[in-house]
Design a protein around this ligand. Structure first.
Ligand code: C5P
Length: 221
C-alpha cells in the first residue's frame, strides 16, 4: 500500500503527541511534532531576550532559525541552532509564552515551509494546530482530537516534572488560556478542518484511539 500523510490537530493535552507517536510506530511512519518546533523557537527567542512584542527583531532572526527533529535513543530530539533543547522546551517558561510567539506570521510561514518539506515523501504523522487546515490540506487522513479541559490538565499534570511549581488548578487555567490564544489568533487558528474526523478521547484509552486511527488509514484508498 502507498504511504499517506496523517494530520492530527487539537487543543493542548488532547493526547495528540502520544497517539501520533503510537500510530507512526504501528505504520513505520515518521512522527513530526510541530508543537516542538514552536517551542524550540520560543526557547531560542527567550534565550536571546527577545519578547514576542518585538516582532521586527523576531523577523530578522527567523531566516537563520534552524530547527531539527531527530530520532534519538529516548524518542525524538529537538535541536535549535546547534543546541539540543529536548527537555528545555517543556519548561513552564516556554509553556507560558509559546502561544504568543506562535501568533507571529513570519515565524509561522517559516515553520510551515519546513513542515511541508518533511512531509513531501509521505509516510508522515504530523500533529499540531493547523496541520489539516494549512500545513497539509491534502493529508489523506485528518483527525481533530479533543478531550475535556479537566482531563487534558490531568494528563499534562501526570507528565510534568515541575509539580512543586504549579497547582492543578493553575494548570487548568494555563491550558484554557493557551486554547483561547490558539483559537482566537488571526493566522491559522486552531480549528477543525471540514474534512477532519472528530475524536473525543476523554473516555478512550490510548490503545483504542491508536487502533481507530490505524484502521482508518488501512481502509483509506
Ligand atoms: O503541541 P504543543 O502543546 O506542544 O504546542 C505548543 C504551542 O505551539 C501551542 O499552544 C500553539 O500555540 C503552538 N502551535 C501552533 N501550531 C502548531 C503547533 C503548535 O501554533 N501546528
Amino acid at each position: 500500500q502507498d504511504k499517506i500523510n496523517i494530520a492530527i490537530d487539537g487543543p493542548a493535552g488532547a493526547g495528540k503527541s502520544t497517539i501520533a507517536r503510537m500510530v507512526a510506530g504501528r505504520l513505520s511512519y515518521v512522527y513530526v511534532d510541530t508543537g516542538a518546533m514552536y517551542r524550540a523557537a520560543t526557547w531560542y527567542f527567550q534565550k536571546l531576550g527577545v519578547s514576542p512584542d518585538e516582532v521586527d527583531k523576531i523577523l530578522q532572526i527567523v531566516p537563520d532559525l534552524d530547527i531539527d527533529l531527530l530520532p534519538g535513543e529516548h524518542g525524538q530530539q529537538v535541536w535549535v541552532n546547534g543546541a539540543e533543547v529536548t527537555d528545555e522546551i517543556r519548561s513552564l517558561a516556554v509553556n507560558a509564552m509559546v502561544s504568543r510567539y506562535a501568533q507571529i506570521e513570519g515565524l509561522r510561514s517559516r515553520l510551515v515551509s519546513l513542515q511541508r518539506q518533511m512531509a513531501l515523501r509521505k509516510g508522515v504523522v504530523m500533529d499540531g494546530r493547523d496541520i489539516g487546515t494549512t500545513v497539509l490540506p491534502d493529508a489523506e487522513v485528518k483527525i481533530y482530537m479533543i478531550a475535556s479541559v479537566e482531563e487534558r490538565a490531568h494528563r499534562r499534570y501526570k507528565e510534568m516534572k515541575e509539580h512543586n511549581q504549579i497547582t492543578f488548578e493553575q494548570l487548568v487555567r494555563d491550558i484554557a488560556e493557551r486554547d483561547r490564544l490558539d483559537q482566537e489568533r488571526e493566522i491559522s487558528p486552531l480549528r477543525q478542518a471540514t474534512d477532519a474526523i472528530l475524536m473525543d478521547t476523554t473516555e478512550m484509552t490510548l490503545d483504542e484511539v491508536t487502533e481507530r486511527i490505524v484502521s482508518l488509514c488501512r481502509t483509506y484508498g
